[in-house]
Design a protein around this ligand. Structure first.
Ligand code: IMP
Length: 178
């Protein structure tokens, strides 16, 4: 079992890179089939989704564009606490068929925030593609349409996911073991 250590925390391999690569190609084929003849805009959520989005998009054969947005935290008033704002919109997405590309869906709070924003921007349709999904942590009702891997409720790193900003460059997914 491959192990690694980041900032004093121990992690062991959960999903090897070969499995991730194969699964992403399968997801892309599913999307190519489901959207045949249509144009799609992929919206990657930074920072975590950059590797998954790149590998998925590379395997898309549809007429497609990709853009990225980022959730930025800023301090709200004393009653609202920390507010998260989605920044970086630079495409007109009104009337578009959109696929949101996430690294991981955990509680679903981030996803809900993004889907609300897309509804305000009057997209024609929205589906969700995520590399990882933690069903035991998920608290929302939005369907997660394309899931790479369902994983237990552990903290994971690698393939874009970080621990304190590090480990995004690991080609496999690792879970924290202590
Ligand atoms: P949610 O809003 O609770 O669904 O969390 C989504 C965001 O939290 C993801 O986009 C990640 O940035 C981060 N996150 C959640 N779980 C993990 C994890 O196990 N490892 C690294 N980041 C995580």
């Amino acid at each position: 079992m491959k192990r690694t250590e980041i900032l004093g925390k121990k992690f062991e391999e959960l999903i090897p890179s070969s499995e991730i690569d194969a699964r992403i190609r399968n997801l892309a084929s599913e999307i190519n089939r489901d959207y045949a003849g249509r144009e799609v805009i992929f919206i990657g959520i930074l920072n975590g989704a950059f590797l998954f989005a790149a590998d998925l998009f590379r395997n898309i054969t549809l007429k497609a564009r990709i853009t990225f947005v980022k959730l930025a935290s800023y301090e709200g008033t004393s009653t609202t606490g920390t507010v998260k704002e989605l920044i970086g919109w630079n495409e007109d997405i009104k009337g578009a068929d959109v696929i949101v590309v996430e690294d991981i869906v955990d509680t679903g709070t981030t996803l809900e925030r993004i889907v609300d924003e897309l509804k305000i921007r009057k997209v024609a349709s929205v589906r969700i593609a995520t590399l990882l999904f933690k069903p035991d942590a998920y608290k929302k009702v939005i369907d997660v349409d394309y899931v790479g891997f369902r994983i237990p409720n552990d903290y994971v790193i690698g393939f874009g996911l970080d621990y304190e900003g590090y480990a995004r460059n690991l080609p496999s997914i690792y879970k924290m073991i202590e």
